[in-house]
Design a protein around this ligand. Structure first.
Ligand code: BGC
Length: 763
């Protein structure tokens, strides 16, 4: 579509374009033929509201396929699956004339308490980034834009419109921004949604460093920045910082502020032009791609994809043998007792702006009954209502125990009640309700062949993990989760999902425990780099189930791994994997690196690459893990840049972060790191500097008059040099002539600094 040039628009029209017309639509400029486009949620289904909008998921929306939320999809570690789900989302959005789908969310799961963790993929940035990029590519392949959210460091719901995430440069870059960076660089989402919160005191919606320097200048983002709904604090500051589109409409109030700011000379018109130009670009992309997919929606095909996706999202945490045989998969003719409200009334998505009105809804109970060849008993077991009378609890439990006692296997569905997990607020704990735990204990007492199936958006503590022989982590699985659960229980699908977040033993063990959700609208990210498994590994803490863990009904053996540098400087790790069991299965192979003896603080291991391989029984294949050199880099505050430290890296290949199957090492040449020398450079740093070092040694030699300073003033054995090394260069003069030689003057030091920095005066 040919759209007008900016010069054809009035100041008022440009201001209006950069703010919404309504809840979900951009402003049209009919005079010059600019149509409105629709942006709507996201992220795991289309939530297109028919009437007037709200962003809390209250109003009705058109029926759409509810795929598993990110907590489920993430556990698949399946880039191809994410791409296919993205394509399906794009098709549904395109049929409904939606220009931009608001997702995916790639924020890091900093604390298990975050009420919105179900919308995020992982505690690890590489997993989040890889999966986020795949789903963006899928959505955009259908001519629909994605919106990468919530940019950035939006890791809790408590006080989300104000709280400042106070986070140091390294964790910010290496943990919280890295996933966003990957999606932007690899998949160029049409839009990025800035978050509600502040970062180190500055609102994300008006942070020029975040929205322009990092996002555009460093990462090369070419699309449009849209505000989260209602995230604009000061519109003029926002647009100047790089916020292109305010959503939803401000009813013209902020448009007038923009016009005034331009007229008063406070805001250069060129800045408004840039933002308006980006809105026009977005409108052009959307209108050019309109009608890529045409209806009607193939409801069955998308439901089938949702079932496939859900089955790939269920993590088999544990599958012990009882009387000589693993409890799962279940025999179809076994006498089964299905217990627990969630089997009949599934929790399949979280609350808030992502709530989908599903095209249909499977229950696990129906699907189990359909697949089983003998009768399946059911008992509710507990109630998720708030005020349940004690007698009712007891009678529900008593009935369930009787049903369990009469069955060969009891399948108990437990989970977090819907009201405890939502956008807008966080959880207070990670415990399952006591009535559910009491039920499980009573069932176990009468039937040792008990399987637990969990439904939860954020991780829960599993105090029964030792006692129960088989546990499926079913997260929130979308509309086809019931069928998928039956597929896994009976072994029609072999489980292959793995944890993208650690399941801790206790909330008190979690990295952010003492700093979540902060106070006085500030949240100190005091755990720094040590988020998720990085924390538990560094502190050598036991966990319930580690990051990357997930079992299969078959087994896999790993050969030796080999690492080599590719011509482009990346690292390629090769390992053979064999299906050593008796069923076809998929294994998610994980590659971690570490740098023992590093000069900087590092986690004991960090995930750098993963790949999955499907293998028939007895089959062996080589798996290649592509580790990008850029992912080996740390953020160096001294030079404000990424630096790859040279050295001998440990490479670990494993089935989980705590099930490493093969190890090797690789020598990596480091980046040339030139840290400018200044008066605050320490003596130790200067001595290690290639130019400053020898010069300084000469000067110190003169200062000592050839003598040795240590013996005279320090007791024997004390390392005088280690003490002196901490002195900044600028203060050496204060020490006078330590050994009775020539004092080092300020001029000497400044000459030395200039020489070290390349000759010319640098101060
Ligand atoms: C949420 C976003 C969502 C938007 C529109 C906000 O409250 O944080 O994720 O896309 O509303 O519904």
């Amino acid at each position: 579509m040919t759209l007008p040039a900016l010069a054809d628009l009035t100041l008022e029209e440009k201001a209006a374009l950069t703010s919404g017309a309504s809840f979900w639509f951009t402003e049209a400029v009919e005079r010059v033929g600019i149509p409105p486009v629709m942006l709507t949620d996201g992220p795991h289904g289309l939530r297109k509201q028919a009437g007037s909008g709200d962003h809390l998921g209250i109003g009705d929306s058109v029926p759409a396929t509810c795929f598993p939320p990110a907590v489920g999809l993430g556990s698949s570690w399946d880039v191809g699956l994410l791409r296919r789900v993205g394509e399906a989302l794009g098709v549904e959005a395109s049929i409904e004339n939606v220009g931009v789908l608001l997702g995916p969310g790639v924020n890091i799961k900093r604390s298990p308490l975050c009420g919105r963790n179900f919308e995020y993929f992982s505690e690890d940035p590489i997993v989040s980034g890889e999966l986020g990029a795949a789903i963006v590519r899928g959505i955009q392949s259908q001519g629909v834009g994605a919106s990468l959210k919530h940019f950035a460091a939006n890791n809790q719901e408590e006080d989300r419109m104000r709280a400042s995430s106070d986070v140091d440069a390294r964790p910010l870059r290496e943990i919280y921004l890295r996933g966003f960076q990957r999606v932007v660089e690899d998949a160029q989402p049409w839009t990025v949604m800035c978050s509600y919160n502040r970062i180190n005191g500055v609102y994300a919606s008006e942070d020029p460093w975040l929205l322009t320097s990092v996002l555009r200048d460093e990462w090369g983002f070419e699309g449009l920045v849209v505000s989260d709904w209602g995230a604009v604090n000061e519109r003029v500051a926002g647009i100047a910082a790089g916020l292109d589109l305010e959503m939803p409409s401000s009813g013209g109030i902020t448009d007038a502020q923009i016009v005034r700011a331009v007229t008063d000379g406070v805001l250069p018109e060129s800045v408004l032009d840039t933002a308006a130009g980006r809105v026009i670009d977005l409108v052009r992309k959307v209108t050019d791609a309109a009608g890529t997919a045409t209806g009607p929606l193939d409801v069955d095909a998308h439901h089938a994809l949702a079932r496939d996706a859900a089955a790939r999202s269920i993590v088999l945490l544990k599958n012990d043998s009882v009387e000589g045989a693993p409890v799962l998969p279940l025999a179809k003719d076994a006498r089964l007792a299905v217990i627990g409200e969630f089997a009949a009334a599934p929790r399949y998505q979280g609350a808030g702006s992502s709530m989908i009105n599903p095209t249909r809804l499977d229950t696990a109970l129906d699907a189990i009954r359909q697949a089983a060849s003998s009768e399946v008993a059911f008992s509710r077991g507990f109630s998720t209502a708030v005020d349940v009378a004690q007698e009712e609890e007891v009678s529900l439990r008593t009935e369930a125990v009787a049903v369990a006692a009469a069955a060969e296997v009891a399948v108990v569905f437990l989970g977090v009640p819907a009201r405890l997990e939502s956008e807008g607020y966080d959880r207070d704990d990670i415990d399952l309700p006591v009535n559910q735990l009491a039920l499980l204990e009573a069932v176990l007492a009468v039937n040792p062949r008990t399987v637990v199936v969990l439904s939860n958006g954020g991780v829960v503590a599993l105090p029964f993990a030792e006692a129960v022989p088989a546990i499926l982590e079913g997260w929130l699985l979308g509309q086809a989760g019931g069928g998928a659960t039956a597929d896994i229980l009976f072994g029609d699908v072999n489980p292959s999902a793995k944890l993208t977040e650690t399941i801790p033993l206790r909330l008190e063990d979690t990295p952010a425990f003492l700093d979540f959700p902060g106070e006085f609208s500030h949240v100190r990210y005091s755990e720094g780099l040590f988020v998720g498994y990085r924390w538990y590994d560094a502190r050598r803490m036991p966990v319930a189930f580690p990051f990357g863990h997930g079992l299969s009904y078959t087994t896999f053996t790993y050969g030796d791994c080999f690492a080599a540098i590719t011509p482009s400087g990346d690292v390629e790790v090769r390992v053979t994997v064999t299906n050593s069991g008796s069923r076809a299965g998929r294994e998610v192979v994980q590659g971690y690196t570490a740098l023992p003896g590093s000069a900087i603080q590092r986690a004991p291991r960090e995930l750098k690459a993963f790949a999955s391989v499907e293998l028939d029984p007895g089959e062996t294949r080589e798996v290649v893990l592509a580790v990008r050199r850029s992912d080996l880099a740390y953020w160096d505050r001294r030079v404000d840049g990424w630096v790859v430290e040279g050295g001998r890296y440990a490479v670990e290949v494993g089935a989980s972060s705590r099930d490493i199957r093969s190890r090797t090492v690789i020598d990596i040449a480091g980046d040339d790191l030139v840290v400018p020398v200044s008066r605050s450079t320490s003596l130790g740093e200067a001595l290690r500097h290639p130019i400053a070092g020898p010069l300084l040694q000469q000067a110190m030699g003169r200062m000592m008059g050839g003598g040795d300073a240590s013996g005279s003033i320090m007791p024997e054995g004390v390392d005088m040099m280690r003490i002196l090394e901490a002195f900044p260069l600028g203060r050496i003069g204060l020490m006078g002539a330590l050994g009775g030689g020539d004092p080092v003057t300020t001029e000497d030091i400044d000459r030395l600094i200039d020489a070290a920095n390349g000759g010319a005066p640098t101060r």
